[in-house]
Design a protein. Structure first.
Length: 340
C-alpha cells in the first residue's frame, strides 16, 4: 500500500480546507535531476523523488500540508520516507505532525528537539507570569502571603489551561537527531547533512545532495534580504558569517542553492550576503568603539545604502532590525566602548 494516494490527499485537503484557503498558491520548481523546490508562505521546501521513496526537507506551516502533498503528487506517487528539518522555527516545522501521519520519519539536529520543547515551555511560563501579575494587581498588597498564594494558584491554572495548546508544538519533534554531521544514502545519492554552529539558531543544518549538486541551507542563508539572526535561540552574528563561509566552501560554481527564503541561488549570492554581513558588522563595531549612540548609528544611511537599494530592508528583517542586532553584538564585544 502506498502512503501517497489520491483519496488520502483529498481527505487531508477536506480536513484542512478552511485553513488552506488562506495560503498563497505554492510554486513548484525543478531544481536539478530529481530535486524539486516548493515555495509558499513558509520556508522553502526541497524534496527528492525516486524509486526508494521521497525525502523532504522542511514542512512549512501545518495548514499548507494539503497543497504541499498535491505538489509532490504531481511529480511522484512514491511514499514519503524521510523529513529533514533544517531548524526548529514553525514556518519550517509546522507541518511535521501532518507528515508523520503520512509515514515520514523526522530527522533534525539535537538542538531542534530541545528548542521545540522550549517553545512550549516559554508559552506556559508567559501565561503563568501574566496571570500572577494580573492577580497581584487585582488583590493589592503584594507583600501579603495570602495574596501571593492566591496569585500563584491562578498562575498555575493559567499554565494548565494553555498546556494542551502549547504542547502541540511538541508533536513536531524529530524522531532521529544528531549532534554534528550525518550522511543519508537515498535514491542512489549520497546526501550530507552538517551542523553550522550558532548561525540562524543553535540547531541549523545544511543538506547537500552530492550527485545532483544541490544544497538546501535553511535560514542559515536567505536570498535577497537581511537575515534573521535569532539571538534568543542561539543565533549569532559571527556564527551566521561562519555558516555562510561553510556553505560557499562546500559549493562550487555549478551548485544550485535552495535558500530558507527567497529565490533559487548560487555560490555568488552566498558570498554577497557574507560580504555584506562582514562589512556591516565591522562598520557598526567601528562606530560603537568611536562612542556613537545607538540612535546615531541608526541614522548613518550610507552604511546600508547599497543593500537597501536592492530591497534588502523590505522583508521580514528591516534595515533598523539588522542594525539593532549588529549594535547589540558590538556592545557585547566592546562593553567599555564610549565610556570614560
Amino acid at each position: 500500500m502506498r502512503i501517497f494516494s489520491l483519496s488520502l490527499v483529498v481527505a487531508v485537503c477536506f480536513h484542512f480546507q478552511a485553513f488552506a484557503q488562506d495560503n498563497p498558491t505554492l510554486q513548484l520548481t525543478k531544481v536539478q535531476d530529481s530535486i524539486y523546490m516548493i515555495q509558499g508562505r513558509g520556508g522553502n521546501i526541497a524534496f527528492q523523488a525516486g524509486s526508494e521513496g521521497t525525502l523532504m526537507v522542511d514542512s512549512q506551516f501545518a495548514n499548507a500540508t494539503p497543497q504541499i502533498l498535491n505538489k509532490i503528487l504531481s511529480v511522484t506517487t512514491q511514499p514519503l520516507r524521510y523529513l529533514v528539518n533544517t531548524h526548529h522555527h514553525g514556518d519550517h516545522t509546522g507541518g511535521n505532525d501532518n507528515l508523520k501521519g503520512q509515514g515520514a520519519i523526522v530527522i533534525a539536529h539535537d538542538n531542534v528537539r530541545k528548542l521545540l520543547y522550549g517553545e512550549a515551555t516559554k508559552l506556559m511560563d508567559k501565561a503563568s507570569e501574566e496571570a500572577y501579575n494580573n492577580a497581584m494587581k487585582r488583590l493589592g498588597n503584594e507583600t501579603n502571603p495570602e495574596n501571593q498564594k492566591l496569585a500563584k494558584q491562578e498562575a498555575e491554572i493559567a499554565a494548565q489551561n494553555i498546556e494542551e495548546e502549547a504542547m502541540k508544538s511538541v508533536k513536531n519533534l524529530p524522531a532521529i537527531t544528531f549532534s554534528r554531521d550525518m550522511t543519508f544514502y537515498h535514491n542512489g545519492e549520497k546526501i550530507m547533512a552538517f551542523h553550522v554552529d550558532n548561525a540562524h539558531t543553535q540547531g541549523d543544518i545544511i543538506l547537500y545532495f552530492t550527485k545532483a549538486n544541490v544544497m538546501h541551507t535553511g535560514d542559515a542563508f536567505i536570498n535577497s534580504g537581511y537575515p534573521f539572526i535569532d539571538t534568543n535561540n542561539g543565533g549569532s552574528v559571527d556564527g551566521y558569517i561562519k555558516g555562510l563561509s561553510r556553505i560557499f566552501y562546500v559549493a562550487n560554481d555549478d551548485t544550485k542553492i535552495i535558500p530558507g527564503h527567497g529565490e533559487l541561488a548560487d555560490k555568488d549570492d552566498v558570498q554577497y550576503l557574507h560580504g555584506m554581513l562582514e562589512f556591516l558588522r565591522d562598520r557598526v563595531a567601528y562606530h560603537v568603539v568611536a562612542g556613537k549612540t545607538d540612535a546615531e548609528i541608526l541614522q548613518i544611511k550610507e552604511m546600508t545604502a547599497e543593500y537597501d537599494a536592492k530591497g534588502f530592508g523590505d522583508g521580514f528583517i528591516s534595515t533598523e532590525k539588522i542594525l539593532q542586532v549588529l549594535i547589540a553584538d558590538a556592545r557585547k564585544k566592546y562593553p567599555t566602548a564610549g565610556k570614560k
